[in-house]
Design a protein around this ligand. Structure first.
Ligand code: FRU
Length: 545
């Protein structure tokens, strides 16, 4: 859903909520069970209420911070605040009190909301917000003012989106808004008419220029805008990129990351990541990326010879991976991506309560040359292997005769599960795995189309939106030795990493009976699997922190 249509709804919703409703959710006094049907067991979801984009991903003193777009009062979008959770291992999360709660006047009308943004640790105290031995954590976010008001003596029009900052001296627990906000009141003059749609600043330290850089968007113009700053307070516009690739919907949540190509530290490329809504590869929200260079001022895209230079390159081909951004300061220089596991098309209707939406399990990004093209590859963070509990089934090689064969899983076969295999379709036109018996999610390789796919048309509860029941495909080259597949099966989702991670699909599924079985299938011929392993995974909510 475009934000322009979400805003008026939100204002009505907020008015209805009125003063009687406390706007802060208290921190849980004891660890909540997180054990409801469809509750993700492998990645974070808030105990209660609505969540969307990950925000302010930053590492400090042993903690990975996850801030997120949160409605603390309802299980649909509204009252946008920054929720907060922390983890020491990217797997187990502790939900903390709100970091930046929505602001309302005495009549209950919203005066300020906190849209998406990012956070850094100001190690060198460039902002002056820190104290000796205590660097400030500084967040930049889109401040949204639904009603006209004055701010620092200036009139702000109703619906303004401006970039503001806040800082914390206690590891993100409490925040002070900068008195001179907003720090970027409007986009460059030629985009000023877009005042409603100027948002999602992602900032990071740019070492070659000894400065801070940020990417933000003029959403309806399909432009990423780049800014620089010496102190996190004064920002100068330095360049822009777009429209390019897919521009069917608004551009949101940009990110810019530098990565070595094929693991060679001497060969580095920049990747510009853009979320797009609608117009994604599976309908509704989607994410695309561009590979190129960043000179400290602007991004220039590589034009690979012999390719359709403007064909979009999708980061995830499933329906449920959006607004993904990377961590600042992750140890070891790792590029870790977290995305919202939902879609604006039906996000507010998914059948979960008392919460809605999870963040996907964090992924590590890389660049690899695949078929001559520098390509983004993704894998679940290595930490995820620690969740493996028992090997339920393993075989070095097996033929899948035409038809379907149950995988004999020792003991409980309910999600969460991890499946790994190398799939050779052989003479089959389609082959792969089916999850569940009555409610079935099919994951396979389609030889005629040359795609890996997730088919959720019969996956359980699908009727809440007409476009949910669908099959999603990702083109992938089939190596001679077979296609490596890694599949994470959670209570409310499946995620497929194919090849080296160049084709990824993230899909929510709601199997009302749970995942009560796994089978291998092959259509029109015989297929083969090698190194098939199925593990049960521990729930992140059940292990001690
Ligand atoms: C993306 C988005 C952002 C915005 C936020 C509002 O999902 O629309 O552009 O900042 O959600 O909650």
């Amino acid at each position: 859903m475009a934000l322009t249509s979400r805003l008026p709804l939100l204002t009505i919703g907020a008015a209805l909520l009125s003063a009687g409703c406390a706007s802060r959710s208290p921190a849980p006094a004891h660890a909540p069970a997180h054990d409801e049907p469809f509750r993700p067991q492998l990645s974070f979801s808030p105990q209660r209420n609505w969540m969307n984009d990950p925000n302010g991903l930053v590492y400090l003193d042993g903690e990975y911070h996850l801030f997120y777009q949160h409605n603390p009062n309802q299980n649909t979008w509204g009252d946008m605040s920054w929720g907060h959770a922390v983890s020491t291992d990217l797997l187990h999360w502790t939900e903390l009190p709100l970091a930046l709660p929505v602001e309302k006047d005495a009549g209950g009308k919203i005066t300020q909301m906190f849209f998406s943004g990012s956070a850094v640790v100001d190690h060198a105290n460039t902002s002056g917000f820190g104290q000796p031995g205590k660097p400030a954590m500084v967040a930049i976010y889109t401040a949204v003012f639904p009603q006209a008001r004055t701010l620092n003596g200036k009139l702000v029009r109703a619906g303004t989106q401006a970039q503001s900052i806040a800082y914390s001296l206690d590891r993100g627990r409490t925040w002070t808004q900068y008195a001179g906000n907003p720090v970027i009141p409007a986009p460059p003059a030629q985009y000023a008419a877009e005042y409603r749609e100027f948002r999602d600043p992602k900032m990071f330290w740019y070492e070659p220029g000894h400065k801070w850089v940020l990417a933000t968007v003029a959403a309806q113009r399909h432009k990423a805008l780049f800014y620089s700053s010496r102190d996190l307070i004064h920002w100068e516009w330095t360049g822009e990129f777009g429209p390019a690739g897919a521009a069917g919907g608004v551009w949101e949540c940009p990110d810019l990351v530098e990565l070595p190509v094929d693991g060679d530290p001497a060969r580095r490329k920049w990747v510009l990541i853009i979320s797009l809504n609608p117009g994604g590869p599976a309908g509704g929200s989607g994410m695309q990326y561009f590979v190129g260079d960043f000179d400290g001022k602007t991004f220039t895209r590589d034009r690979a010879a012999g390719t359709d230079a403007d064909a979009p390159r999708w980061l995830d081909y499933g329906a449920d991976f959006y607004a993904g951004v990377t961590y600042n300061d992750a140890p070891g220089g790792r590029r870790l991506l977290v995305g919202w596991m939902n879609n604006w098309l039906y996000g507010e209707k998914v059948p979960t309560a008392p919460w809605r939406s999870a963040q996907a399990l964090p992924r590590e990004l890389g660049l690899r040359t695949v078929n001559g093209h520098v390509t983004l590859v993704q894998q679940p963070v290595a930490e995820a292997q620690r969740l493996r509990s028992r090997l339920l089934f393993g075989t070095p090689a097996q033929t899948i005769a035409r038809g379907a064969q149950a995988v004999p899983l020792a003991g409980a076969a309910r999600a969460p599960l991890e499946l790994r295999m190398i799939l050779k379709p052989g003479t089959a036109t389609r082959a792969g795995v089916r999850l569940g018996k009555d409610a079935v999610t099919e994951i396979g390789y389609d030889a005629a189309q040359g795609v890996v796919y997730v088919d959720r048309t019969r996956s359980g509860a699908t009727g809440f939106h007409p476009q949910f029941a669908a099959r999603h495909t990702a083109p992938v080259a089939l190596p001679e030795a077979g296609l490596p597949l890694r599949i994470l099966v959670d209570r409310g989702s499946v995620t497929v990493f194919a090849g080296e991670g160049e084709a990824v699909l993230t899909d929510q599924v709601f199997p009302t009976t749970g995942v009560d079985g796994v089978s291998l299938f092959s259509v029109d011929g015989d297929a083969h699997v090698r190194d098939l392993n199925v593990w049960s995974l521990n729930s992140i909510w059940k292990e001690a922190q």
